[in-house]
Ligand binder design. Sequence first.
Ligand code: NDP
Length: 288
Amino acid sequence: MIDGKAFAARVRAQVAEHVARLREEQGITPGLAVVLVGEDPASTVYVRNKGKQTVEVGMNSYEHKLPAETSEAGLLGLIAQLNADPAVHGILVQLPLPGHLNSDLVINAIDPAKDVDGFHISNVGLLGTGQKAMVPCTPLGCLMMLRDHLGSLSGLDAVVVGRSNIVGKPMAQLLLGDSCTVTIAHSRTQDLGEVCRRADILVAAVGRPEMIPGAWVKPGATVIDVGINRIERDGKTKLVGDVDFASASQVAGAITPVPGGVGPMTIACLLANTLTACCRANGLPEPE
Ligand code: NDP
């Protein structure tokens, strides 16, 4: 079992230590601004957790909660203000946005140097060409767990199921950057089971509860389950991943649980990215 919760706690402790040094030696406190438009219940919980953990590592948290009917011009105005604010080193606009707002336009209005989610087109391009970028938090967390567990990933066969811009594609880029042989699978992939069985590293980012059975897992493979799916079982609401944990854990060499795997690492990486952005903005050495 790869314990994402414990690993995330270690990452947060390292970030907190670095933040304390920055304050003491440079008089600088990193600041993260989170913008929430509307009242989507899941997004509200995520934003609350992000704010709480930001403060816990000693950073400043600026929460901007806007009504669902906020206009595009209003939201872009706030982003311009945050771009210009020297106390704000990271800006995160919680997705999904209400339907009348163009997410691409809004994300690309963020200063790429403050784009701690790594979704700005400049950061996507930098990552794709192997240059220094802000890396999306969820795939970064997955990569950190894989490196921690396996050491070098060079030459391993990696299969990423899912090709979204926020998880699947950047995950594939990161694995390629670590010299894996990468296959990206999706809803049109033929014989998905056969494709998955080739994987030394199997990353599932689909959004379908327990879709990947143990029979699709190569014996000894490392399985990273990004999926977060809410299901009803035995009269209770339960969170499960995209992988059938019960059968896959019998075959895999290592596997992340849901909850307690990728989820906690995502916020830890957001804090790490904010620290990195702050160091870069001030011309200071970046954290390891
Ligand atoms: P998207 O819905 O954007 O993408 C899902 C991908 O899965 C698509 O590429 C889709 O293929 C593919 N897919 C759908 N059905 C199948 C199928 N039957 N066989 C193979 N591929 C399929 O989801 P996200 O990438 O945003 O998120 C994926 C999951 O990860 C969700 O459960 C989400 O909640 C979770 N998540 C967790 C995070 C965390 O912090 N742990 C952060 C972000 C997401 P196609 O492109 O062909 O439609």
